[in-house]
Design a protein around this ligand. Structure first.
Ligand code: TIU
Length: 220
């Protein structure tokens, strides 16, 4: 397949859809629904829940295009043997019982992806213990085996798991585009800064674009 183009910041993003993965970061109930990990940290989940329809629209366009799709989930083993003490100290709710099950624990209702964005057969679901999707996962192997060189990234939260993943990917040589309105922070003040931090300095970590521009690029 030939090269596609997306109007983006700081300049046009060109990509080959056959070598591009759409990554959806941590669109879990724990971050998008009441009573989960996000709320346990003192946040309002309204902004993270609000992007679900936009993420779904871009995801469906990528599916129609036959692109490779990866969903990530932040979480830990039920015995919590993979939770660093330092993480538990500053996120004490991890492992505690909540209205959606034990917070941020694999297999619990709250840990799973929201209904609207449930993975389909053939899509990768990647469980990660940290904020970045490369740390202690087989993501790099999966991308290499599939010949992926570019990532279109959506999900939550922009400044935490989305940024960490894009920064890890950028250092590994992947070209990343972050969908501006397909990502969200709990505090809206952090969203604008997060977008600027990706596309500043000539695209120091990659590109950003609106979902409208991404949809145009996926359809041409
Ligand atoms: N706290 C916060 O903003 N985010 C996280 O802890 N994890 C993710 O971003 N997924």
């Amino acid at each position: 397949m030939s090269e596609s183009r997306i109007k983006a910041q700081p300049f046009e993003f060109t990509f080959n859809p056959d070598r591009t993965a759409v990554m959806i970061i941590d669109m879990q109930r724990d971050f998008c629904a009441r009573g989960g990990f996000g709320e346990s940290l003192g946040n309002d989940v309204t902004p993270t829940a609000a992007i679900i329809p936009t993420v779904r629209t871009v995801l469906d366009a990528a599916r129609d295009r036959g692109m490779f799709v990866i969903h990530t989930r932040e979480g830990h083993r039920p015995d919590m043997s993979d939770v660093p003490k330092a993480k538990k100290r500053r996120s004490p709710a991890i492992g505690e019982e909540g209205p959606m099950g034990r917070i941020l624990i694999r297999g619990e209702y709250g840990h799973d992806i929201v209904d609207e964005l449930q993975p389909r057969d053939g899509e990768i679901v990647l469980d990660k213990p940290g904020k970045g999707a490369f740390y202690e996962t087989d993501l790099e192997l999966i991308l290499r085996n599939r010949g992926i060189d570019s990532l279109i990234v959506m999900g939550v939260t922009t400044h935490v798991c989305v940024h960490t993943t894009i920064r890890e990917a950028n250092d590994r040589g992947y070209e990343c585009l972050m969908v501006e309105d397909g990502t969200a922070t709990f505090d809206p003040r952090d969203q604008e800064a997060s977008i600027r931090m990706i596309n500043q300095q000539g695209g120091i970590f990659g590109w950003t674009a609106t979902s409208n521009e991404v949809l145009k690029g996926l359809s041409n």
